[in-house]
Design a protein around this ligand. Structure first.
Ligand code: SAM
Length: 367
């Protein structure tokens, strides 16, 4: 898979993720002779080839810059062309942990959608694992198929991903008559409870199979939970990822005495300003009157010897100075703040487990 390899330098034909800004990443196929344009100017691909991944690339007119990053499933999630709602990395992480997705895991995923989840699954299960992905929307299926081909993910070209064009709620998950058994199942469908009865054929006979249903509303979760229960799944639980990123910062310690000093200072400046304005107005008036009378003013009369502001350490300088975080002149305490830039809750996550012993009980009870 193209996203699981690392290399140092950008080559002709590489798929890169171009970092344009904090919230703007774009997929870019490097082709010698092509040029990428944005509001900061032109970026000829020929100038990108041979550059180190992560290096800053300036536009021809040096008006702006971008970074070329090596794609990973996490970056792809932020850069991919959206065809549907997608699953983001904070949810993907907890899903992988709960479904125990590791190298070698065999997984069913429906529907494929924009393939954000598919890329993460394919990378993590690796060459010894397998991803069976299903999509019933014809053009989304075609687009995903082409994308998987371009990213060397398809099993027919030595990848680990098998994509099927199918309505799984109606026709289930059977692939070419093979006895498909998996360790994990991920359902991101509008009506997962219609697909759940088909899953029982694909649970492991001698291992555990785990399922996750990703649904945006509680009514859907309730219907899926009931369907799972009826099909013999256990340990049913629901999680919601309420992701918050905390940043460590320094906050300036301001004591009561400091505040009082500052208030006094502000007041003194206001008064000084008021006095100076009054003095200037008096002079202007005098000047105008003298000019009317045809008199000339001497230097000492023009430049008023109004008192210069005192240079105490807590005067203008301290009031207007931009204080840098951590400036040793001041006292600081360490605090934690929330960074709100990351995507938070998108859906509820319903998990359940199917144990091998349950299969024995079920077959006994049907005998
Ligand atoms: N998990 C995907 C991702 O991270 O990009 C997004 C999935 S999207 C929300 C749901 C997809 O399921 C849609 O593309 C839709 O066409 C597909 N779908 C809905 N019902 C389906 C069904 N019965 N069988 C197969 N695919 C279905």
């Amino acid at each position: 898979m193209v996203f699981s390899k690392y290399k140092d330098f950008v080559e002709d034909g590489d798929l890169v993720v171009a970092w344009i800004g904090r919230n703007k990443l774009l997929p870019l196929k490097i082709e010698d002779g092509q040029t990428f344009h944005n509001q900061y100017g032109a970026f000829p691909h020929s100038e990108m080839i041979g550059k180190r991944y992560g290096q800053q690339i300036s536009s021809s007119a040096k008006q702006g810059f971008i970074y070329l990053l090596q794609p990973t499933p996490e970056l792809w999630t932020l850069a991919l062309p959206h065809r549907t709602q997608i699953v983001y990395t904070p949810d993907i992480s907890i899903i992988f942990e709960k479904l125990r997705i590791v190298h070698g895991t065999r997984v069913i995923e429906a529907g494929t959608g924009s393939a954000s989840m598919s890329h993460a699954l394919s990378r993590t299960v690796g060459p010894s694992g397998k991803l069976y992905s299903y999509e019933y929307h014809a053009s989304r299926y075609e687009t995903a198929l082409q994308e998987f081909r371009d990213h060397n993910m398809l099993d027919e070209i030595n990848g680990n991903t098998h994509l099927t064009h199918r309505d799984v709620c109606k026709d289930g998950f059977e692939t070419e008559g093979l006895p498909l058994k998996v360790d994990a199942i991920f359902l991101d469908l509008p009506a997962p409870w219609e697909a759940i009865p088909h899953l029982i054929k694909h649970v492991n006979r001698n291992g555990t199979t785990r399922v996750c249903c990703f649904s945006p509303c509680m009514e859907q979760i309730q219907r899926s939970a009931s369907a799972l229960q009826v099909s013999g799944w256990c340990d049913i639980e629901m999680l919601e990822v309420s992701y918050k990123q905390w940043t460590a910062r320094k906050s300036r310690v301001i004591r009561v005495d400091d505040s009082i000093d500052r208030l006094k200072e502000v007041k003194r400046h206001r008064t000084e300003g008021f006095e100076r304005r009054k003095e200037r107005q008096r002079l202007e008036k005098e000047f105008a009157e003298s000019a009317e009378n045809g008199e000339e003013l001497n230097d000492s009369q023009v430049s008023t010897p109004s008192e210069p502001p005192s240079k105490s350490p807590t005067s203008t300088e301290k009031i207007h100075k931009r204080i840098r975080e951590g400036d040793e002149e001041y006292e600081w305490s360490n605090v934690a703040r929330v960074d709100s830039n990351l995507k938070n809750h998108t859906s509820y996550l319903l998990f359940a487990v199917h144990l091998p012993s349950q299969l024995d009980n079920e077959s006994e009870s049907t005998e």
